[in-house]
Design a protein around this ligand. Structure first.
Ligand code: NI
Length: 394
């Protein structure tokens, strides 16, 4: 049975996958600076005898061609970058790079895909078609490594019929995966706002135009974009996480700077929300005697899981893990540049359970205590190999 053979290899290489994940975890690199990580991936692929090519600087694309005749192609993707977070885990494989940490599990995604490569390479004489392995830099930073790799042709020569990706999910117990067909993750835009007034002595507000009060009105009013203008059936989030006034106890500043994010799952509404936010903020600032410069940096689109591919992925996972280990994922308002692949071809992005509540492994993604239950790496490697082979018609 294919499943049993894959599970056996996944079990055999599990210590190796853990070792690779720990190496990557100890040596994290920020988005678009993944030189060593990229070199490490290339070295591992070469040692396995898998040909690779660099794409978009630190990106790597590798091909495993089956020994039987078939022109089917499936792509598997892992992201490789880390975050500007200072690790607080006291583990032997903790980050050796001050202020940089694999706090989003991309070390696990990368080690897992290398493990999947190992399995596929071992079985290559038996299947037909091609598996394209995509190791992608810069997931955490705009414009997103996915958009750059696609622009440089990662989805051509050969063109995959579908692409599969996974993400660590600490809230889901190791052993399970979560899948959701259709819209799954949000679009993300960065908002930069400068509210300008006229600074001066805090004791003489009548001689100033107070940008702090204007900014406060803008922040509160903009919540109506979500609560009054968005269709309630379209999820939307608007959050400002950075508000810099930089005056003093007795000084009204000239300017207040706001930074925030807009997330939603509908492109038409996204465009309309941009317009409405600018209009509302400018109107408020002007009505209070100030002005407002509103800059929107468009981020990733929403992530759409192809219905047909996703229902197959769910079935493969149920065969591999057992039906009770596969659950429906909730909508997730985080953004992922995997979304770009789902616009260019059929994609399925699913969640890999990496939590272990009994062992206290449940810190959130992007937190300084994030870690995974490494037993998940045995599942992730084999499962993805199984999915790829099923998609090739094995
Ligand atoms: Ni991530």
């Amino acid at each position: 049975m294919l499943i049993d053979r894959i599970k056996q290899i996944a079990r055999d290489i599990h210590p190796l996958v853990i070792a690779r994940r720990r190496h990557l975890h100890a040596h994290p690199e920020l988005s678009f600076q993944e030189k060593e990580t990229s070199a490490y991936i290339k070295k591992q692929l070469s040692e396995m005898g898998i040909p690779w090519q660099p794409v978009a600087d630190n990106g790597v694309v590798a091909l495993i061609r089956g020994g039987k005749l078939s022109d089917r192609v499936v792509a598997l993707r892992a992201d490789i970058d880390a975050l500007p977070i200072h690790e607080q885990n006291a583990v032997e494989y903790r980050s050796t790079c001050t202020g940089v940490m694999h706090a989003c599990g991309h070390d696990a995604h990368t080690a897992s895909l290398l493990g999947t490569a190992h399995i596929l390479q071992a079985l290559r004489e038996e299947f037909g078609g091609t598996v394209k392995l995509i190791f992608q830099p810069g997931e955490e930073k705009l414009p997103g490594g996915a958009s750059l790799m696609i622009r440089e042709g990662v989805l051509e020569n050969p063109r995959p019929e579908g692409i599969i990706g996974q993400h660590c999910a600490p809230a889901l117990e190791a052993g399970k995966i979560a899948v959701r067909p259709g819209k799954f993750m949000a679009s993300m835009d960065e908002l930069q706002v400068w509210v300008r007034g006229k600074g001066g002595h805090a004791a003489q507000p009548h001689q100033n135009i107070d940008p702090v009060v204007i900014a406060a009105h803008i922040i509160v009013a903009l919540q109506q974009i979500v609560s009054r203008q968005a269709n309630p059936t379209h999820p939307s989030v608007l959050s400002f996480g950075r508000v810099i006034a930089d005056g003093a106890i007795n000084v009204i500043p000239d300017e207040v700077h706001l930074e925030g994010t807009l997330r939603t799952m509908d492109e038409a509404w996204r465009a309309k929300a941009h317009e409405q936010m600018v209009k509302m903020a400018s109107g408020i600032a002007e009505s209070m005697g100030g002005s407002c410069e509103f800059r929107i940096v468009k981020g990733y689109p929403y992530l759409l899981n192809n219905e047909a591919l996703t229902s197959k992925i769910r079935r493969y996972a149920e065969s591999y893990l057992g039906e009770d280990q596969v659950v429906e994922a909730d909508l997730w308002m985080a953004a992922e540049d995997f979304a770009y692949y789902t616009q260019a071809t059929s994609g399925c992005f699913y969640l890999l359970g990496t939590g272990n509540s009994a062992r206290g492994i449940n810190s959130a993604l992007h937190s300084p205590t994030f870690d995974i239950d490494e037993s998940a790496l045995e599942i992730s490697t084999g499962l993805m190999a199984f999915m790829a082979l099923k998609e090739l018609g094995y």
